[in-house]
Ligand binder design. Structure first.
Ligand code: PLP
Length: 398
C-alpha cells in the first residue's frame, strides 16, 4: 500500500507545482476563439525571456523535445549536409541517430561518457573545414544520462575563431529554465527544449527558439517536412493561433509556470538549482561514491548520475526505492545500466526534497548491499544548505 507523497526524482518529467496543476484543470476551450491569442502571444513573449533571446522566434509544437529536434533539423538543413556532432551519453547518442536517419552526413566524435562536448576537437575540425562543408554544429548542453553540462559558449568561440558559418544547434531540454543558458549571448541558432523538465509541466510540448540566421536558412532548406513546417506555424502564430489543434491545457499550465519562474526571477531559479545540486553532490561525496561526470567543470545542476560499487546492482537500488520507499530515481541508461542511478534535481524543488532524496537513497543503497553510513549524505548536504542559508537567515533575524 502506498501512503503519503510519491517522491519523483527522475530528471523529467519533474514535479508540477500545485498552482500549475490546478491551472490546467479547466474545461476545454475554443482554440479559434477571438481572444485565444491573448493567452498564446504572451507565452511566446515570455518564453523568449527564458531562452534569453530578443531576435529569436519561438515555436511550440505539440510533441516532446525529440519532436523539436526533428523540427530544428528538417527546417534548416538540406539532405546530405555535413554536420558535426559528439556523443557522450544516451541523449547525445539519440540525436546522432536521428540526424543519420534523416539523411545527414554526420561527423560524430565519440567521447568518454562522463565528459562533454569536445570543444578543442570541434575547433580543430572547424579550422580544417576551409571550404565550409560543415553546415551545422550540435551540442548537447546538459547530457541527462551522465549528469554532464557542456561548454556551449566554448563552441561558439570555436566557430567565431575561424569565422565559420555553420549553424549552432543546442539541445537544452534538461538545462533551459534551470541552468544558465543565453541564446543571444552565445550565438545559438536553434535551441531545443520540452515542457516536462525545467518548465515543470506534463510532457506534450516541444519548444524551440530559432535565430534570424536559422529562420533565413529555413526559407531555402529542402529537407522533407510537413507537420513541423516553420512557415505554417509562423503564419498562424502571428495572431496567436495554430495550424492544428494545440494542447490548450498545457498552455494554461505554461502560463502559470512562466509566472512562477519570472516571479522568482530566472537568475534566482538558476542560483537555486546550483545551491540544491551542490548539496546533493556533497551528500553523494560523503557516501564515497563517484559521479559519472569526470571533472567538476562538467557537474550538472539538474541531474547527478551516481556510480554504485561493483558489488551493487544499481537497478536494485532503484527497484527498492520504488517498491519500498515511494521514490523514483533515474535509471542508468544504455551502457550505464546497472552501474548508475540518477537523482534528478530540477524544477519545483527545495532543500527538504533534496534531503529526502538523499535519505531514501541511503536506505535503498544499503538494502541493495551497499555500505553506507546512515545519515552521512544527509548530514553533508545539511551542512552545505545551512551555510548557504546562514547569510539570508542572519539578515532576517536582525
Ligand atoms: C529528456 C531529454 C530529451 C528528450 O526529450 P523528450 O521530451 O523525451 O522527447 C532530449 N535531450 C535531453 C538532454 C533530455 O534530457
Amino acid at each position: 500500500m502506498r501512503t503519503g507523497f510519491n517522491h519523483l526524482f527522475i530528471p523529467g518529467p519533474t514535479n508540477i507545482p500545485e498552482p500549475v496543476r490546478q491551472a490546467m484543470n479547466v474545461p476545454m476551450q475554443d482554440m479559434r476563439a477571438p481572444d485565444f491569442g491573448d493567452l498564446t502571444l504572451n507565452l511566446f513573449t515570455d518564453l523568449k525571456k527564458i531562452f534569453r533571446t530578443r531576435s529569436g522566434t519561438v515555436f511550440m509544437f505539440p510533441g516532446s523535445g525529440t519532436g523539436a529536434w526533428e523540427a530544428a533539423i528538417t527546417n534548416t538543413l538540406n539532405p546530405g549536409d555535413k554536420v558535426l556532432m559528439s556523443r557522450f551519453g544516451q541523449f547525445s547518442h539519440l540525436w546522432v541517430e536521428m540526424a543519420e536517419r534523416l539523411g545527414l552526413d554526420v561527423d560524430v566524435i565519440d567521447v568518454e561518457w562522463g565528459a562533454g562536448v569536445p570543444v578543442e576537437d570541434y575547433a580543430r575540425r572547424l579550422a580544417d573545414d576551409r571550404d565550409g562543408k560543415i553546415k551545422a554544429v550540435f551540442a548537447t548542453h546538459n547530457e541527462t544520462a551522465t549528469g554532464v553540462t557542456s561548454d556551449v559558449p566554448g563552441v561558439r568561440k570555436a566557430l567565431d575563431a575561424v569565422n565559420h558559418d555553420a549553424l549552432l544547434f543546442v539541445d537544452g531540454v534538461s538545462s533551459i529554465a534551470s541552468i544558465d543558458f543565453d541564446m543571444d549571448g552565445w550565438g545559438v541558432d536553434l535551441a531545443v527544449t520540452g515542457s516536462q523538465k525545467g518548465l515543470m509541466l506534463p510532457a506534450g510540448l516541444g519548444i524551440l527558439a530559432v535565430s534570424e540566421k536559422a529562420m533565413e536558412a529555413s526559407r531555402t532548406s529542402t529537407m522533407r517536412r510537413a507537420y513541423f513546417e516553420f512557415a505554417d506555424m509562423v503564419k498562424m502564430n502571428a495572431t496567436g493561433y495554430f495550424p492544428y489543434t494545440p494542447p490548450t491545457q498545457l498552455f494554461l499550465g505554461l502560463r502559470r509556470s512562466l509566472d512562477l519562474i519570472l516571479e522568482e526571477g530566472l537568475d534566482n531559479v538558476i542560483t537555486r538549482h546550483h545551491r540544491l545540486a551542490e548539496g546533493v553532490r556533497r551528500g553523494i561525496d560523503a557516501w564515497g561514491l563517484p559521479l559519472v561526470a569526470v571533472d567538476p567543470s562538467f557537474h550538472s545542476d539538474t541531474v547527478s548520475a551516481i556510480r554504485v560499487p561493483e558489488s551493487v546492482d544499481a537497478r536494485e537500488v532503484i527497484r527498492i526505492g520504488y517498491e519500498h520507499y515511494n521514490i523514483s530515481f533515474g535509471t542508468g541508461l544504455a551502457e550505464l545500466a546497472g552501474k548508475v542511478f540518477r537523482i534528478g534535481h530540477l524544477g519545483d524543488l527545495n532543500e527538504g526534497m533534496c534531503l529526502t532524496a538523499l535519505s531514501l537513497a541511503e536506505l535503498s543503497l544499503a538494502a541493495a548491499g551497499g555500505r553506507v553510513e546512515f545519515g552521512s549524505g544527509v548530514a553533508a548536504a545539511q551542512k552545505w544548505y545551512a551555510d548557504a542559508a546562514s547569510a539570508a537567515i542572519g539578515v532576517a533575524a536582525e
